[in-house]
Design a protein around this ligand. Structure first.
Ligand code: ATP
Ligand code: ZN
Length: 225
């Protein structure tokens, strides 16, 4: 089987989505020969190859048609989409389904000791985030002006380091916020992992395989509901 005829799926190499992505593929009956050193892993029983990359790269790989499918958090997907749209680029993809893992929310958080009644309290605040586009969209809807500082990691230390008044970061349990003396004041976006497909049509064989995988995913999800 040549690479061209294989369905190419991008997933996170190492992180919160990786294990559940490989588990999902396994439950769909896709047997993969994993090799930690390799960027690409091959299935031994289906014409599928898995590209393992940083999650941030997955939306772009699908938008640009480099891979056929991507498994990605909606937060990263929409952030990349908004970023491309704001720089005048086209964004093309289809969302095939939401998954029942990777659940989290993007929230605003401030110093535990600060008073807070509503988002207007953040007028002219400096907010540190890895999600400037999702934050901008929310603050625009709320009619609140602010300044964002882009941090790709350690966002939660920004207030205590004196570089921001607030943060906008992903939360699942809230333990990290608490450990950094912060309190969650507003959830601005709810996310789960999802499967996306490139917009450009696939060959009939590849599309049939995608449909088969999707039916299996739906079956798995119904069984666990
Ligand atoms: P990479 O090295 O691939 O860029 P990362 O550090 O950006 O990894 P992870 O922390 O592994 O990303 O998170 C991947 C995705 O898992 C998030 O974008 C989000 O969709 C989901 N997620 C679920 N719960 C959480 C959480 N509590 N904190 C962060 N992400 C979460
Ligand atoms: Zn990332």
């Amino acid at each position: 089987m040549t690479t061209k005829n294989r369905l190419r799926i991008a997933m996170q190499k190492k992180g919160r989505l990786s294990q559940e992505c490989s588990e999902l593929l396994k439950q769909c009956g896709v047997k993969i020969i994993w090799n930690d050193q390799r960027l690409i892993a091959y299935s031994e029983n289906m014409p599928i190859e898995i590209l393992r990359v940083r999650d941030d790269d997955i939306p772009g790989l699908v938008f640009d048609g480099v891979v056929d499918l991507g498994i990605i958090g909606e937060n990263v997907l929409e952030e990349e989409e908004l970023g491309r749209l704001s720089s005048g680029e086209d964004v093309n993809y289809k969302k095939l389904c939401q998954l029942d893992f990777g659940g989290c929310r993007l929230s605003l958080a401030i110093d535990r000791d600060k008073n807070y009644s509503n988002v207007k309290d953040l007028e002219n605040a400096v907010i540190a985030t890895s999600y400037p586009n999702l934050l901008k969209r929310y603050m625009k809807e709320q009619g609140v002006s602010f300044k964002s500082i882009l941090l790709t990691g350690s966002v939660e230390v920004a207030p205590s380091a004196g570089i921001a008044n607030a943060i906008c970061d992903l939360v699942s349990s809230g333990a990290t916020l608490e450990a950094n003396g912060l309190k969650e004041v507003e959830a601005i976006y709810h996310s789960t992992a999802c499967v996306i497909q490139r917009k450009e049509p696939l060959s009939a064989e590849k599309q049939a395989l995608v449909n088969k995988l999707l039916a299996r995913i739906r079956g798995i999800q119904q069984a666990t509901e």
